[in-house]
Write a protein that binds this ligand. Sequence first.
Ligand SMILES: NC(=O)c1ccc[n+]([C@@H]2O[C@H](COP(=O)([O-])OP(=O)(O)OC[C@H]3O[C@@H](n4cnc5c(N)ncnc54)[C@H](OP(=O)(O)O)[C@@H]3O)[C@@H](O)[C@H]2O)c1
Length: 328
Amino acid sequence: MTQRRCGQTGPLISPLTLGLMVRDCKPGEAFDSVRRTVLRAVELGITSIDMATGYGGGAVEQAFGDILANDLNGKRDSLFIATKAGWADGSRKTLTESLERSLKQLRVGHVDLYYHHAPDEKTPFDETVAAMESLVRHGMTRYVGVSNYSLEQTVRIAPLFQQAGVPLIAHQCNYNMLNRWVEDGLLAALPGLGMSACVFSALNQGLLSDAGANGPRAGSRAAKSLDAIVNGVPTGEPAYGRYPAGDVRTHVLTMLRELSRIAKDRGQSLEQLALAWVLRHDAVATALVGLSSVEQVEAAAATMAHPDFTDEERLRINAVLPPRFGMR
Ligand SMILES: NC(=O)c1ccc[n+]([C@@H]2O[C@H](COP(=O)([O-])OP(=O)(O)OC[C@H]3O[C@@H](n4cnc5c(N)ncnc54)[C@H](OP(=O)(O)O)[C@@H]3O)[C@@H](O)[C@H]2O)c1
């Protein structure tokens, strides 16, 4: 799997990142499933892993720490471990104590990338930057990133990191075929700020899959995401799309089935097409994917055998996805 540079001068990382946000890590079959998924991902070259201090109340980092200590012993340096903290709280106290907790939970001396999870307009950006600077200086993280920051906030904070000599390399943002808000300036701005996009929910929580196109399973995350689109609820993420008036559910499912056909003509599944599509953009370093089984890991990894699009495929996709779809 060919690695891609994260940031303008940052490290090379795998184009796919294993996201562990919703994994149940209880001892027994749940933990074993996470373990199998992580090990298969690493075996296939998905060496970038994304977590947060608070995922599963700390259980996710604990579980990954177990896997690292017992199964990936000696492989730490070949992995790119990212975590994040400070949802709407960029204070020195939260950012420092959360990373201290993460390092304990993971049982490592440092992470590779530490994100401020979501912007905080109450704490001066200077404090957030100074806190991150200390964490880098103390060797607790190699690089830093921001997540869920708007274009305006990103453009405002990035120069402060640069002035402080802090390696700000990544913006973790929501981006997929049904939510293209980052095309409204953020993707274009990132390289000039020394950053790359590390995009999450590239499968729109499983809706962008052949299974999703056939009508997502009731109660699944994909079904909830479709409901959110239909109801126009922002789901806590920036800018869900504006869809044409009328029967939005039928419109979205028709669109997904059309995309599924395009994927099939490329010899791919819709989930593989959706991953290749976000990675088509040079400003995107990696796509974070919530892979919940070995089969899903193998399917995602196989995407990288056919990542490029012909002009004809681009035209077909653009005809299905109206330009600026999902933009504010
Ligand atoms: N910074 C932030 O605020 C933020 C927010 C959200 C996510 N993230 C990060 O991004 C990662 C991924 O995000 P996400 O889980 O929201 O979105 P996602 O990757 O778009 O969707 C993950 C879901 O897709 C389904 N899926 C995966 N492969 C599939 C396949 N081959 N066929 C059908 N369905 C498939 C799985 O559903 P099933 O489990 O039902 O099979 C899985 O739960 C997270 O783990 C986290 O690390 C960050």
